[in-house]
Design a protein around this ligand. Structure first.
Ligand code: 1DF
Ligand code: MN
Length: 352
């Protein structure tokens, strides 16, 4: 096996766009949530595992998340990753019920990430964390993180204590992202209590399936609720090959139009741009985090356009070097591969 090199000799740099880190402040807040008697069951299942399970994978991940220095750079070098676009790991602030503490966790994370970006300007870029529970303060922190710290996106770890971004209470967050011309990355969270029951019972609540169902629905709600008609320039990023939405697109279009025509649901009104796919092709960017799979990548390029499909690794949760080797070897024109690995990300996240 030849280890892929950084530096772009294959004709493109590899920019990984959904890469996770943690901070001591976040881990402390997670610990307090885990100890609470009414802890969210999805959070307990996911973060209880990563913080405390003795198996090799969770131990590697817990250590790697907390390293924003030489250990991370070495792992990038060993996988041919030129640049990571970093985001505070899921569910980050979204699960914290103490809003002041959630805000403090976001601010300290943005400051720590900005320090790492200054230390390794060619290797790290970042997304702004915020605590959407208080949308006004979140909007302020987004503005600070983008304009003063150089963040190129906003990370929102899907549902916020069981609520979704189409809820008007979060409008200031969407407004801030749109005004600053940065995308919102809707990253997975475990399903909320109202959704998780049968998934948890079967061990399917996490990244294997529950993440995608919950986050795909979140993205779809942003469309069908008319929220993107209220924010016509807002751009959204979703990972994991679009959380299955591209594969569903034909049926989503058909059933959405049928539902709108019949007036079945009060909440489902006609949309300005038309179909669900019109929105996917004009408001969404899709990364291949956790889905290093040539047929799915090509299918998504065909379904929504090759300018909107981007590479992501999902370090440290899923980071075998074999995936990089397989993606380098995709049967795809070099120009398209360069968009996928490098230039789509440079444009979207404002990397010079
Ligand atoms: C997992 C996967 C965990 C992803 C993550 O954050 C995460 C996992 C806690 O495998 O449990 O970001 N992921 O995006 O696929
Ligand atoms: Mn992830």
């Amino acid at each position: 096996m030849t280890i892929p090199k950084t530096g772009g000799e294959q004709g493109y740099l590899r920019i990984a766009t959904e890469e996770a880190f943690a901070t001591p402040e976040l881990i402390d807040a997670f610990r307090d949530e885990l100890a609470s008697p009414d802890v969210d069951p999805g959070f307990f299942s996911l973060i209880g595992y990563y913080l405390d399970h003795p198996a090799e994978r969770p131990r590697f991940i817990a250590k790697a998340l907390n390293d924003l220095g030489e250990g991370r750079i070495a792992d990038m070098d060993a996988r041919g990753i030129d640049r990571q676009i970093l985001a505070l790991t899921a569910p980050a602030t979204n699960v914290l019920r103490d809003v002041d503490r959630a805000t403090m966790v976001a601010e300290t994370a943005n400051d720590r990430l900005a320090d790492a970006m200054r230390q390794y300007p060619d290797r790290f870029s970042g997304m702004a964390a915020c605590a959407p529970q208080d949308a006004k303060r979140a909007a302020k922190e987004i503005e600070r993180a983008v304009t003063r710290l150089g963040m190129g996106a906003v990370i929102i770890n899907s549902h916020i204590l069981g609520e979704y971004l189409d809820n008007p209470k979060f409008s200031e967050v969407l407004e801030a992202a749109e005004a600053l011309d940065v995308p919102i990355y809707i990253h997975p969270n475990t399903p909320p209590p109202a959704m998780i029951g049968p998934m948890l019972e079967a061990g399917l609540d996490g990244a294997i399936f529950g993440f995608g169902v919950e986050t795909g629905m979140h993205a779809l709600r942003m469309i069908t609720s008319g929220t993107l008609d209220r924010f016509p320039r807002l751009q959204i990023v979703i990972g994991h090959m679009g959380e299955a939405l591209p594969f569903w697109l034909y049926r989503l279009d058909f059933m959405h139009q049928a539902g709108v025509r019949s007036g079945r649901y009060e909440v489902m009104k006609p949309l300005k741009k038309g179909t669900v796919s019109d929105y996917l092709r004009s408001h969404f960017h899709i990364t291949c985090s956790g889905m290093a799979w040539e047929p799915a990548i090509k299918f998504t390029q065909q379904a929504i356009g090759e300018d909107r499909v981007l590479y992501a690794m999902d370090y440290p949760y899923q980071c075998p070097v074999e995936e990089v080797i397989a993606l380098d070897a995709m049967d795809m024109p070099l120009e398209t591969k360069r968009k996928f690995f490098q230039t789509n990300a440079e444009k979207l996240f404002h990397i010079r």
